[in-house]
Design a protein. Structure first.
Length: 118
């Protein structure tokens, strides 16, 4: 299983970024995909989940109305779209999937840094 994030960077407040997570090693279309973030000195938190069918659930309250998430099952890719970014969105963003292999196993990407600053 491999999850590879990209698309992070430095953006000014109010700007936008589109992240990507390319997955391999499992049947992507069968699994919900999760996005987490971890800010310096803080615990990792769940930002959003997209179901295998493409429904978005469980968005963090602070990003509702600003962040959306989509997926392309033909490309094994998830796309978090982040708009109206705020300095408090600064964090490392991680792609995650929980697979059932007799037990539930959680896999993580390497993360992509998002910095919101003027």
């Amino acid at each position: 299983v491999q999850l590879v994030e990209s698309g992070g960077g430095l953006v000014q407040p109010g700007g936008s970024l589109r992240l990507s997570c390319v997955a391999s090693g499992f049947t992507f279309s069968s699994y919900d995909m999760n996005w987490y973030r971890q800010a310096p000195g803080k615990e990792r938190e769940l930002v959003a989940t997209i179901t295998s069918a493409g429904g978005s659930t469980n968005q963090l309250d602070s990003v509702k109305g600003r962040f959306t998430i989509s997926r392309d099952n033909a490309k094994n890719t998830v796309y978090p779209q982040m708009n109206n970014l705020k300095p408090e969105d600064t964090a490392v963003y991680y792609c995650n999937v929980r697979l059932w292999v007799g037990v539930r196993v959680s896999y993580w990407g390497q993360g992509t840094q998002v910095t919101v600053s003027s």
